[in-house]
Ligand binder design. Sequence first.
Ligand SMILES: Nc1ncnc2c1ncn2[C@@H]1O[C@H](COP(=O)(O)OP(=O)(O)OP(=O)(O)O)[C@@H](O)[C@H]1O
Ligand SMILES: [Mg+2]
Length: 291
Amino acid sequence: MASPATVGELTETLRQGGYLADRGLATALFVALSLNRPVLLEGEVGVGKTEVAKVMASVFGRKLIRLQCYEGIDTNQALYEWDYARQMLQIRALSERQLTDDTAVDTLFGPKFLLERPLLEAVRAGDRAVLLIDEVDRADDEFEAFLLEILADFQITIPEIGTIRAETPPLVVLTSNRTRELHDALKRRCIYHWVGYPSPEREVEIVMVRAPEASEALTRKVVAAVNRLRALELAKPPGVAETIDWVRTLDVVGASDLDAATVEDTMGAVVKERDDLELVRANLDGIVSGG
Ligand SMILES: Nc1ncnc2c1ncn2[C@@H]1O[C@H](COP(=O)(O)OP(=O)(O)OP(=O)(O)O)[C@@H](O)[C@H]1O
Ligand SMILES: [Mg+2]
């Protein structure tokens, strides 16, 4: 599908893909697409940061390439690696005389033995891809600096092969849960958007798209209860993902209403910390009735 002409058109396209974006998020994505800039989505847990990249890929018929960041991730895992096992087999298959031949060595470090990792794949795919760099805050500083370089010019030099360059960059979506501050340099390169909790009306809509089997009345009650949970000082406040899970849970156990007993029985779908559970138990009535 062609790039959207307006923010409204993008919002509508995302909606058809099952994602309800508010104006701010849709604008950030629209600008990112139009100006070929990476977009950095920071926000609470489970508010749809990762999902929006997946839906962008699916609605625009692009390939989703995901680089999941974690502590200790290094450039090999992100760019490319040589397939040592196959290189070894190849070496063993060569005779003494063939081995001293330069071309044999060149083949060993040729495209046939190169294992493409997400960033190289994304540079090759260019604008036929959405590159999701997920949870970038988990990677360390050096990796962030390295990412910055890649995002600056979308070219990768492999000494044995040469420089590979993206003619048109992919759409890049970075996400962060803000377990640490990202560097200004990275932020400066990106269009920034903070993804907060949706308004209750939007959250009801999201749940009805994602869990259409549940009744609207029950969905409304759950969203109201989740919003009250978010107002408690929980260590792990529930995201939209938990709201959806809770509605589905209530539906499978056949609950048609949300009373204190039902909350108590099913709250494992929304509250996942021992101390939080205690706190919720102490506030059950307020959570169901808003009192
Ligand atoms: N605006 C939305 N429209 C449709 N679905 C949504 C929306 N926001 C959240 N969701 C739903 O919430 C789920 C969780 O979203 P996602 O995994 O993208 O959250 P996240 O922000 O990446 O969370 P985490 O920080 O835990 O990685 C998605 O699978 C999706 O079903
Ligand atoms: Mg995520």
